[in-house]
Design a protein around this ligand. Structure first.
Ligand code: HDD
Length: 696
């Protein structure tokens, strides 16, 4: 019998919708289906007397409410999930029997959950943090989970240190702060005592940890996995997700302000993109390599703190996925989705990476804690969408026990599912031997060389941001010895970085380099793929323009901007002194999406100030309006403006001779189009570098 889930793209919540076409009444019932007559007042004895226990509707309602919460994820608690579809366009049949990677043109339903790591469920989106990028592929051979991050390496090499890492990063147990940030003693204490984390620290202190949107992030499976072909031969593979819209991040000062203006910035961005019919897309790429490459590679391919540079093993694009389906219900889908690294399908296997091996235990275990029953696989979002049969039964909340009298195998009734040696999952027959021991391999000992490679691969502005981030974070550490110990590690990574941070922290002298287990290498070449700026979009597609207007603003300029942003496949929002909007020069009202103090410029990729003389005069004494302009300027954004807006620049502290190529006058028809074209690099980084040079 066909499985009811298979072929249904979105299993939804598994429940009934309460929303009927308008006009049709839905009667409120208890969980037992009993119609309710009064949902406003509990049953009382007399008009002002005590509430009666007999009121089963009241008791059931409160009882259910009391049990609404489940434990939040111990890490990655704050997340946002969406549905999508993966389509393969290049077969890997030579390497694997996994049909999801061999059947060209086949569309595989997916569910992806993005997340931050350290913050709790109610924390803000723009924390400086790693972003989770977990993908569940509902393949014809079962569910395949690729539980990745937006950073291709990890802090630690062995899963046994994961609880320590997370304890150190999360709020301190006595005071329960700071929330959703690593800028505190415990985190940097652990890190500075854990040299293997240095490569990851470079990534986390880079702008990768403050992405502009989930839509502009890469994703990585991190570990080396195996592909296994029909002959049982194995090829190593690393998985990459590359966003079609290019990479983009925000500035730290911007992140701090976004968290205040819109703590839901990333989830709202994804929701809006899907709702407006511009769903994000990623290419799925693989780095394939064999044992011979693994042998000659400078580092151990089992070490999750190392990448394989794309210059050494190119990323081959084999397919793409689009995330175009928002959830019907956050709890049923995003909260209850259970990713497990152990979920692989025939043709995909594990390597001996000790972090991956530990993860394979942790995820299944945590789902039982979170979802309360081994039957969490019965929840629609977790159920496979291919036929599924076995003799597992009972337990809390069992939704689909097998029918009939036979629940064991072998049996002589001639019924029930049986193993299939031909199509069933086969583990790769790796030949292993050696003594049992608790040991860290020598081949994992180089902690600094790739950290240096990452640093030298960045553009000057990105290097500056790494230095700024380290100074910021370490300045929040109260213990000077922790600050110094970190700088001693940086001395092994790059002398310039160590100097910058030492100076930023006001250290009297540069600490001696931390003793290194093996001499750091200085000969690894830079890798283009590691820079966000070098992989920027160079177009406005998918970005958002904020258009600040006042009464009397030039209607033709506003219309030109709206047309230009549409032509670039971007979006826009109108910001005005009042939410009711503004009456433009042609007498027509334009609706506002934001009132000026709710529509800070940090929410946009570029801004335009279309003001009348009177409007500019009014905004020149308005703090949020002045912040709008001074922040946009400080965050290196492109700013278009009509002539009266010069007054606002001036009052925002930007003198006429500070106005640079990123400040774009809108005078003639066609200027809006030219402005949008000029916005392609998204930020005018020279502005920030100049400010720093002037200050030095
Ligand atoms: Fe993990 C959740 C990614 C190491 C233990 N992890 C979790 C999620 C992501 C990652 C994206 C959220 C999944 C979701 O959206 O529901 N984790 C990673 C990556 C790692 C990594 C890329 C290193 C390469 N994790 C890691 C280790 C352990 C865990 C070493 C434990 C030994 N991770 C968990 C967990 C979580 C989790 C406790 C919490 C909630 C969950 O699993 O479902 O089991």
């Amino acid at each position: 019998m066909a499985d009811p889930f298979y072929s249904k793209r979105n299993p939804g919540t598994g429940g009934e919708t309460h929303q009927r076409p308008s006009g049709e009444e839905t009667v409120l019932t208890t969980q037992q289906g009993v119609p309710v007559a009064d949902d406003q007042n509990s049953l009382k004895l007399g008009e002002r007397g005590p509430t009666l226990l007999e009121d089963f509707h009241f008791r059931e309602k409160i009882f259910h409410f009391d049990h609404e919460r489940i434990p939040e994820r111990v890490v990655h608690a704050r997340g946002y999930g969406v549905h999508g579809t993966f389509t393969l366009n290049k077969s890997l049949a030579k390497y694997t029997t996994a049909q999801v990677l061999t059947e060209v043109g086949e569309a595989t339903p997916m569910f992806v959950r993005f997340s931050t790591v350290a913050g709790n469920k109610g924390s803000f989106d723009l924390a400086r943090d790693v972003r989770g990028f977990a993908a569940k592929f509902y393949t014809k051979q079962g569910n395949w989970d690729l539980v990745g991050n937006n950073i291709p390496v990890f802090f630690i090499q062995d899963a046994i240190k994961f609880p320590d890492l997370i304890h150190a990063a999360k709020p301190a147990p006595d005071r329960e702060f700071p929330q959703a940030q690593t800028a505190h003693d415990n985190f940097w204490d652990f890190i500075s005592l854990t040299p293997e984390s240095m490569h990851m620290i470079m990534w986390v202190m880079s702008d990768r940890a403050i992405p502009r949107s989930y839509r502009f992030m890469e994703g990585f499976g991190v570990h080396s996995f195996r592909l296994i072909n029909a002959k049982g031969a194995s090829t190593f593979v690393k998985f990459h997700f590359k966003p079609r819209l290019g990479l983009q991040s925000v500035l730290w000062n911007e992140a701090v302000k976004i968290n205040g203006s819109d703590p839901d910035f990333h989830r709202r961005d994804l929701w809006d993109a899907i709702e407006m019919g511009a769903p994000p897309e990623w290419d799925l790429g693989v780095q394939l390599f064999d044992e011979a490459f693994a042998e000659r590679f400078e580092f151990d391919i089992l070490d999750p703190t190392k990448i394989i540079p794309e210059e050494q093993v190119p990323v081959e694009i084999i397919g793409s996925f689009v995330l175009d389906g928002r959830v019907d219900n956050f709890f049923a889908e995003t909260e209850q989705v259970a990713f497990c690294t152990q979920n692989v399908v025939p043709g995909i296997g594990f390597s001996n990476d000790p972090l991956l091996q530990g993860r394979n235990f942790s995820y299944l275990d945590t789902q039982l804690k979170r979802l309360g029953s081994p039957n969490f696989t019965h929840i629609p979002i977790n159920a496979p969408r291919c036929p599924m049969h076995n003799h597992q039964q009972d337990g809390h909340m069992a939704m689909r026990n097998p029918r009939g009298r036979v629940n064991y195998e072998p049996n002589s009734w001639g019924v029930g599912p049986k193993e299939d040696p031909k199509t069933g999952y086969r583990h790769f027959a790796a030949a292993e031997n050696g003594p049992k021991q608790q040991i860290r391999p020598e081949s994992f000992a180089d902690h600094y060389s790739q950290a240096r490679q990452f640093f030298i691969s960045q553009t000057p502005i990105e290097q500056k941001h790494i230095g700024d981030a380290l100074v910021f974070e370490l300045s929040k550490c109260l213990r000077p010895d922790i600050r110094e110990r970190m700088v001693a590690h940086l001395a092994n990574i790059h002398p310039d970085l160590a100097q910058t941070v030492a100076k930023g922290l006001g250290l009297k002298k540069l600490p001696k380099a931390h003793p290194a287990a093996v001499e750091p290498r200085t000969d690894l070449p830079p890798s283009e793929a590691l820079s966000i700026v070098k992989r920027g979009p160079m177009r406005f597609e998918g970005r958002k323009l904020g258009i600040l207007v006042t009464d009397g603003a030039d209607a033709a300029v506003v219309a030109d901007l709206i047309a230009a942003v549409g032509a670039e496949r971007g979006s826009y929002e109108i910001i005005a002194p009042h939410i009711a909007g503004a009456r433009l020069s042609d007498g027509a009202m334009i609706e506002a999406r934001q009132k000026i103090d709710g529509g800070a410029s940090v929410l946009y990729d570029a801004v335009a100030l279309v003001l009348s003389e009177a409007g500019a005069g009014m905004l020149a004494i308005d703090k949020p309006a002045k912040d709008f302009v001074s922040d946009a300027f400080a965050h290196c954004k492109f700013i278009a403006y009509t002539k009266p807006a010069r007054l606002l620049f001036e009052k925002a502290g930007i003198a006429a001779d500070d106005m640079d190529a990123g400040c774009f006058p809108l005078v003639h028809k066609g200027d809006a189009k030219a402005f949008l074209a000029a916005c392609a690099p998204l930020r005018l980084w020279q502005r920030e570098l100049k400010v720093d040079l002037d200050a030095a």
